[in-house]
Write a protein that binds this ligand. Structure first.
Ligand code: GCO
Ligand code: MG
Length: 401
């Protein structure tokens, strides 16, 4: 079998998604997510200009060799644009292999290790009572774990609070600017989790996303102040490009730490894993080099009792979610999967077979990934430039978002 065609499809059914579709001479096709929120066209160009010409004529069965060709052969290794493009090719090739074998991809990864994929949802509110209502809604839909974000009094537009039914931080055109105050934030968050724990009892999994906004010692203080509420994890407490900072956090708190939605390769997380500085690695298929490479990350993590907690925000397409679920159900060290349902428009553009029931997602059972793109429908939603916000401290200095 040979690859005879590959195309990049950019569509915006509410938000932008980039998809790679690979076509083989036998007529079999495979899809891969290539979405990098706010930098979509950079990946689209990388694929069209530099990757697709090298794919034509290749044997689609050679997944590992193609991965090595794209990674080592580029000379300019790693980075979000490159690794998202590599991921798209890798994901599409696993889809093709599954279809050719007549098996869902998780069977090719070693088969099931669990009955379903436990997920967490995003509860949020302007105030603590609003957040409690939002958590109650998730609990009533069967969720066993929720991430909780509440607006910080005196700080408008806090990350994680959305007025839209589906959380979407990117805004049209140039980035919005938000304001951040670490002292206000650190003073408020413990009260949020005290209220949520008191209302929902000890069983519910509670998570919180800090979005890289604290220094290590500030993060250590937050973790310590949240210990009485036994969080499942504190996410991205400090910028992850400085793994040493996580030692400081570890020295001061037993609150578990999750990191990795911005990671691209195993090299980003190797030190965090091998020094046991984190508990969950949140890398995901689309930004960490596809199923092949993410499996390698999770296998390294398994040696150190670090579990998976893959990113699953709505800026990753249903193709990424489908691929993530095949991995989640197969690996021994699965932890928790983030799940934010897409809009009905997005679901229609990406028909998929995975389903949610009672706090769990289940991968599709059909051959391959069990997801596709409806290209005619996709063409009705042209690309619209959008950007993630930026963050400034109250004195106007730039800060991490
Ligand atoms: C999460 C993430 C997202 C990111 C978004 C950036 O934990 O789900 O932090 O909300 O902000 O994916 O594109
Ligand atoms: Mg996050």
């Amino acid at each position: 079998m040979r690859i005879v065609d590959a195309r990049v499809i950019v569509t915006c059914p509410g938000r932008n998604f980039v998809t790679l579709k690979i076509v083989c001479d036998s007529g079999v096709t495979g899809v891969g997510d290539a979405t990098l929120n706010g930098r979509e066209l950079a990946v689209a160009a990388y694929l069209s200009e530099h990757v697709i010409p090298a794919l034509i004529g290749r044997d689609p069965a050679r997944i590992e060799d193609t991965w090595q060709y794209l990674y080592r052969g580029a000379y300019w290794r790693r980075g979000p644009v490159t690794m998202t493009a590599v991921a798209a090719v890798d994901t599409a090739l696993w889809d093709i292999k599954g279809k050719v074998a007549g098996l869902p991809v998780y069977q090719l990864l070693g088969g099931r290790s669990r009955a379903g994929v436990r997920v967490y949802g995003h509860a949020s509110g302007e105030t603590i009572p609003d957040a409690l209502e939002s958590v109650a809604e998730f609990v009533s839909r069967g969720y066993q774990a929720v991430r909780v974000q509440v607006a910080v009094p005196g700080m408008p537009g806090t990350y994680g609070i959305s007025t839209q039914p589906v959380y979407e931080p990117a805004t049209a055109g140039i980035a919005d600017e938000a304001t951040w105050s670490t002292p206000h934030y650190l003073a408020h968050v413990p009260a949020v989790f005290a209220a949520v724990r008191a209302e929902f009892g000890p069983e519910l999994g509670l998570l919180h996303d800090v979005h890289h906004r604290l220094t290590p010692i500030e993060a250590a203080r937050l973790g310590r102040s949240l210990e009485p509420y036994a969080l499942t994890w504190m996410e991205d407490p400090t910028p992850a490009e400085m793994p040493d900072g996580f030692r400081v956090i570890r020295q001061h708190t037993t609150t578990p730490v999750a990191v990795g939605e911005v990671f691209n390769t195993i090299f980003d997380c190797a030190q965090l894993i091998t020094e046991r500085l984190i508990d969950y690695v949140r890398a995901t298929v689309v930004h960490a080099g596809g199923i092949t490479h993410l499996r390698r990350v999770f296998d390294l993590a398994a040696l150190y009792q670090v579990r998976s907690g893959s990113h699953g925000a709505t800026d990753l397409s249903p193709i990424c979610m489908s691929a993530a679920l095949h991995l989640d159900v197969a690996i021994p060290n699965f932890g928790l999967q983030e799940y934010m349902p897409h809009t009905a428009e997005t679901d229609a553009v990406f028909p998929h077979g995975y389903r949610y029931a009672d706090g769990f997602l289940h991968p599709a059972e059909e051959p391959g990934l069990g997801v596709d793109i409806d290209e005619e429908l996709a063409a009705r939603y042209p690309y619209r430039p959008a950007a993630l916000p930026v963050n400034r401290l109250t004195d106007g200095s730039m800060h991490d978002w």
